[in-house]
Ligand binder design. Sequence first.
Ligand SMILES: [Zn+2]
Length: 360
Amino acid sequence: MTDSSTARAVSPDSGAPWSVAGAWPAAPGVHRIPLPLPNDGLRAVNVYVLESEGGLTLVDGGWAIEAARERLEAGLATIGAAVGDIGRFLVTHAHRDHYTLATVLAREVGAHVSLGAGERANLDAMHDAGPTGTPSGGGSAVVLRRCGAPGLAAEWVRHAQGLRVDLSEWGHPDAWLDGDDVLEVGDRALDVVPTPGHTRGHVVFADRAAGLLFAGDHVLPTITPSIGFEPAPVANPLGDFLTSLARVRGLPDLRLLPAHGPVTDSSHARVDELLAHHEQRLAACRETVAADGSATAHDVATALPWTRHARSLGELNTFDAGLATMETRAHLELLAARGELVRADHDGVTVYTRPADRTG
Ligand SMILES: [Zn+2]
């Protein structure tokens, strides 16, 4: 969810709010260039530029809008480089603020694009949906109907049809990354670590020798990432996400280089906070179902507070209310997978109840 404290968070590399324009020294040989997003509470997306003799490698590419391209060119100019020096994009996941400018620039300058193999299903679903973004078999509107939120689903479809997707920005990458890949970037070795949850094919890149974690949206320092917002949804995205957090917790404690927000010192500290947050949210979902006897994801989302300002679901805009409802479903699905709730399908809507043998 968006959070206004994110905008003010100061990054140690710039000594200023993290989204301020520039090319900031995040680590030796690594520059952080925040790029603007259109109408987005996240403020900016960090692109990390890794210098090596063979040219520049970028971790994530930004959103394909003119303002982002201009900001990238200006940032690269301050380190004596230009977009033509980019040889490679390593993209953490197939969301538009990470992937689309990478594909557009790569085509223009002949750069190579890599993406986690698990994202293939999402790209294929986008192409299946076509330029209006209305999916035939999956997608967010379908999930929202299962959540018992037909009104949000209808608004979501209306909104999606107003924004035609330029499928030329969503081509397949040159390479699909797997979990055992180790990428050579100059004299660096980047471990590819699959971290499904935010999306099914999200990956992070660990530079153990330099003590760096290029974390994409898997571990964000000031907000909790959305869960399973993707064209080809999976059954239990929160379960995947928590498993992925445990995987990253099993790496050494690394400097956190996130896609949104400031650079921070400890990946372990933030992973522990995220795990605690989700356990609290799971408990709140379980208690809401217990109090109501039975509930849909939309019922539970309506009962819970949202953002650090404790807003009600009805106070959020359609997009945030949809994300909040889908995130609630992700929590309920995990509770069902753990046997702490029972799920049943009623005319395409999932209803959750307490197991019969539990009381109190
Ligand atoms: Zn993002």
